[in-house]
Design a protein around this ligand. Structure first.
Ligand code: GLA
Length: 405
């Protein structure tokens, strides 16, 4: 039994005075390249990372669910057979999964669950998908429903769309469930087919920079981007047969709609079309173990997200600028939905420390030179970015526990 499991089981005993029957984990993810392409029927290339949501539970008689998340004060309670409504709290992800499972006629009963997560929240590392997937996997195990992983990813995504209200693509939920150790997951989001691509660069690995800038307004901006992509599709479809998503369009098609739509629509579409192309090239670079080529595509992706799709922010741009100026950093880009959160960089072994130091220096606020400096710093200082190396890990796990009281 590993330490996380041990701690969760002991904590379960203190909160519920019971022994749990199942233990599940679901990782966060870093998308290496292919941003905002998933809801355009395009391509993405995420890895799962070793930051996880842990959940442990046992079924109970009746239909009462008690749910506790370590780090959040309240014990949430609800009756599983009643129609659940949003509470604007973390438990929405659990309730959303339950509502979607009910739609699919899975029989469910009461249970008591303890959750904990070390995936940073709102950082573009898929903390919400990890929570949805951990919930779904746990519930499926508790009530002995054998749900295929791709099917579960779809349930989790519907929870996010229908209950939580974010009209997301399928990338995060698939990554959390289907990634394997030492591989990136190349997904064709049109038909949800996927392929495992080994990540085996010689002497180079991925580093995440969490700017700690919390994503705000991202929901409305995310939905606005989706609407802009749909406007582009509608315009291209009038000129070219068989276009049902930006996946089907080429850059040359955008010249044909130049006078018909606003320039901003053209820019959004140009990002999606060029990004799809970059993802396919990135897979070839991974297969050839060409870290330089892969890194160059990451920089191009960031440029496109910064200027055409306009979902970056000053801090993310600064991180990428520092990456460009640091020996041994081969590529960098923002990752996830954007407007804050994380960047991912491809860094030569041994250069991680220099990169982290340069970031810390660039983000450390100027010291005020009056005598109350320390107090002021504590009051005002924004959180400094966190820099950490990531390796591709395997997707969600489930384990039946056999603990004797
Ligand atoms: C969020 C969404 C994903 C995807 C990314 C952007 O993480 O949940 O579906 O659209 O943004 O690539």
């Amino acid at each position: 039994m590993d330490n996380n499991q041990y701690l969760m089981i002991s904590a379960y005993g203190s909160y519920f005075a019971e022994i749990p029957h199942y233990f599940v984990t679901a990782p966060g993810r870093v998308n290496l390249i292919g941003e905002h392409t998933d809801y355009n029927d395009g391509f993405v290339l995420p890895i799962a990372i070793d930051r996880r949501t842990y959940a442990t539970a046992r079924p109970m008689y009746g239909d009462l669910v008690k749910a506790k998340s370590v780090g959040f004060d309240d014990m949430e309670e609800f009756h599983i057979r009643e129609k659940l409504t949003k509470r604007d709290r973390w438990v929405d992800y659990l309730m959303g999964v339950i509502e979607e499972m009910k739609k699919d006629s899975y029989s469910l009963n009461g249970f008591w669950v303890l959750l904990r997560s070390d995936v940073p929240i709102g950082s573009g590392l898929s903390s919400s998908a990890a929570l949805e997937v951990a919930s779904g996997l746990l519930i499926a195990s508790l009530f002995e429903h054998d749900i295929d992983r791709l099917e579960l990813a779809k349930i989790a995504r519907r929870a996010e769309q229908n209950f939580v209200g974010v009209n997301c693509g399928i990338m995060d939920q698939m990554a959390t469930l289907l990634c394997t150790e030492d591989h990136a997951l190349f997904i064709d989001c049109r038909d949800q087919s996927y392929k495992q691509v080994p990540v085996a660069f010689k002497d180079a690995g991925f580093v995440v920079v969490d700017t700690k800038v919390k994503r705000e307004l991202d929901n409305s901006a995310y939905n606005e981007r989706r609407a802009q992509c749909e406007a582009a599709v509608a315009a291209v479809a009038k000129k070219k047969k068989g276009v049902t998503a930006l996946r089907d369009a080429e850059t040359a098609d955008l010249d044909k709609i130049a006078g018909d739509v606003d320039d901003v629509i053209i820019k959004r579409a140009r990002h999606i079309i060029s990004e799809n192309d970059r993802v396919q090239k990135a897979v070839q670079m991974l297969e050839k173990k060409d870290a330089c080529g892969f890194g160059a595509l990451m920089y191009e992706s960031h440029e496109s997200l910064q200027h055409d799709y306009q979902v970056s922010c000053d801090e993310l741009d600064r991180v990428v600028d520092i990456a460009r100026e640091t020996d041994g950093v081969m590529g960098a880009r923002m990752t996830g939905g954007g407007f804050g959160g994380c960047a991912v960089a491809l860094v030569k072994q041994g250069a991680e420390k220099l990169f982290a130091e340069k970031i810390a220096a660039a983000f450390t606020p100027e010291q005020p030179d009056d005598e109350n400096a320390d107090e002021k710093k504590q009051e005002e200082g924004p959180a400094l970015p966190e820099v950490f190396s990531v390796k591709p890990v395997g997707g969600a796990t489930v384990q039946k526990l056999d603990i004797k009281s």
